[in-house]
Design a protein around this ligand. Structure first.
Ligand SMILES: [Zn+2]
Length: 424
């Protein structure tokens, strides 16, 4: 930022009253007067948040740059208020060795405006047959091990990975699914799938997987992170085992918090995700889990697919929706605005905890702190149309909708990464 910025009377969630914040030389200063030549923004009603971190993003590079690249995915992230993210390893070829970790980090260093953290596979080629080069990937900087997108079917392999994770201090992220139960299912198994004539995915597929993976981690005396929880009993299992002293953490996606199986409507493939959108009862249990701390992280599972792929019939279209650009405005629209979720809680679940889980220091919005911040305007709207989307893919369930609240600015150090102020 060549010109310092002065935010007049901005709301900071940790402060009782609005404050004046000067952003200059890479640092924030609270309560200082506006110096001459500064850009003044009347920020009454706007909220200054720490930069968010997405714990679950598929960036598709290398291999599927037609759907997304590290450059386009991180541009989408910035537009959504994220100043860091964790890239999943299911690229083509997959990130299953030290060289691949290095190559993703190298591309990110050249093309991403924000730091990209990298997850490596648990098994070689994500094939579930033998362990990937865990030690080598850890050395090159991988911060999570996961076969996300697939479950590790063989419990002995997962157990070995968990032992490595304990010794190396690297977190295992579990995609929980009993494949024999989920089979060729396309959506939640229930009244709606029967009516639409689509094969269902029974909640047991996920719940049994969650119980198994937590049990294995506990037996190895190590941590485990359960990805995208979607069911009442999944949340209950995590709550109970947390009380019993297991070192489990869990995440939920915005789409599972907002939508349920009835939203599939007329076979809309932008509502086809895995695990699937469940019932309203499940949805409520997920929100409860976020509120009582059973669920530690809200992560997008940003999963870009080309229009060609998503335009297929519901049963054969791929699973997944994008989420980086819409997560913050959508969570504001559906939960913060009606008072179901506080800013403090959102910051904890989307900026603080995900970074802590992989050993990174979370940013803060405080006097003297380094600038890593998002200016959010609850009074403006985000119109989710083609021209708004920075991702190379358009498979968002919010396409064509308007969400209340807008990311105005994203600032990192002395750089202005995103500036929508004044843009209609
Ligand atoms: Zn995923």
């Amino acid at each position: 930022m060549s010109t310092p910025i002065f935010l007049h009377q901005v709301t900071v969630p940790s402060q009782f009253a609005p404050v004046d914040v000067l952003l200059e030389g890479g640092r924030m200063k609270f309560g200082a007067p506006a110096p001459a030549g500064v850009r003044i923004i009347i920020a009454q009603g706007m909220v200054l948040l720490p930069g968010l971190f997405d714990f679950h993003a598929h960036l598709r590079e290398p291999g599927r740059e037609d759907a997304e690249s590290i450059a386009s995915g991180t541009a989408a992230a910035v537009q959504g208020g994220f100043t860091g993210l964790l890239a999943m390893p299911d690229t083509n070829p997959p990130v299953d060795n030290g060289g691949m970790v290095q190559s993703v980090l190298d591309i990110a260093a050249k093309t991403s405006p924000i730091p990209v953290s990298v997850a490596g596979c648990i098994t070689r080629r994500r094939a579930g047959e033998e362990l990937a080069e865990i030690g080598e990937m850890h050395l090159r900087g991988a911060v999570m091990l996961t076969d996300d997108g697939d479950t590790v079917i063989n419990p002995l392999l997962l157990r070995s990975a968990l032992q490595y994770s304990r010794d190396l201090g690297i977190l295992v992220g579990a995609h929980c699914d009993v494949r024999e139960l989920s089979g060729s299912g396309a959506m939640h198994d229930g009244r709606v799938s029967y009516r639409l004539g689509l094969p269902g995915i029974h909640p047991c597929a996920e719940e049994i997987g969650i119980a198994r993976d937590i049990r294995l981690a506990h037996s190895c005396r190590t941590r485990i992170h359960i990805k995208h929880v979607t069911t009442v009993r999944g949340v209950e299992t995590i709550r109970r085992t947390k009380r019993e002293g297991t070192r489990v953490t869990a995440e939920v996606t915005p789409h599972h918090l907002i939508f349920c199986d009835t939203d599939v409507g007329d076979y809309d493939t932008n509502f086809k995700v895995k695990p699937p959108l469940r019932t309203d009862e499940d949805r409520c249990a997920l929100l409860e889990g976020v509120l009582d701390g059973t669920i530690d992280v809200i992560a997008t599972d940003h999963c870009p697919h080309t229009e060609f792929e998503k335009n297929r019939d519901f049963a054969s279209a791929p699973f997944g929706v994008t989420g980086l650009e819409t997560a913050l405005p959508a969570l504001h629209h559906y939960f913060i605005r009606p008072g179901l979720l506080t800013w403090d809680m959102l910051i904890e679940r989307m900026a603080v905890t995900p970074r802590r889980l992989i050993g990174q220091r979370p940013p803060s919005v405080a006097d003297g702190a380094e600038i890593n911040a998002v200016l959010f305007n609850p009074a403006a709207a985000t119109k989710v149309k083609r021209s708004f989307v920075k991702s190379r893919s358009l498979n968002t369930p919010f396409l064509g909708r308007e969400l209340q609240g807008r990311v105005e600015m994203v600032m990192l150090g002395d750089r202005m990464l995103h500036d929508a102020s004044g843009v209609e």
